[in-house]
Design a protein around this ligand. Structure first.
Ligand code: SF4
Ligand code: SF4
Length: 96
């Protein structure tokens, strides 16, 4: 377990949510995702968001910068990584 295990704890808590609660949480997080302002996202034709929870983009391939550290979702979930659109979800990058 890493020293800062906020993300792991958050995922454990979210794992106990009902499907409806999870759906509401995903909608709430999608609303505040700032991927749309990211240089790796703009102009690619991608329209998905929340890659940190939903996984890699099938469209974004070039890493031209990542604004995830400035996104409120990073703090909310305790995320520690970047480039979720090319490298995979927080869970995948955490190896959990
Ligand atoms: S951390 Fe990145 S991928 Fe996750 S919601 Fe924020 S901007 Fe989107
Ligand atoms: S995950 Fe990071 S690199 Fe990918 S679109 Fe979102 S902010 Fe940009």
């Amino acid at each position: 377990m890493p020293k800062d295990n906020t993300f792991e704890k958050t995922m454990e808590a979210m794992g106990k949510m009902s499907p409806d609660e999870m759906k509401a949480k995903m909608a709430e997080l999608t609303k505040i995702c700032i991927c749309g302002k990211c240089p790796s996202y703009k102009g690619t034709g991608e329209n998905r968001l929340l890659f940190c929870a939903t996984g890699k983009s099938g469209i974004i391939k070039k890493e031209k910068g990542c604004v995830c550290p400035a996104c409120p979702v990073t703090e909310k979930l305790g995320l520690r990584w970047i480039y979720y659109c090319t490298k995979g979800t927080g869970k995948e990058q955490a190896g959990i």
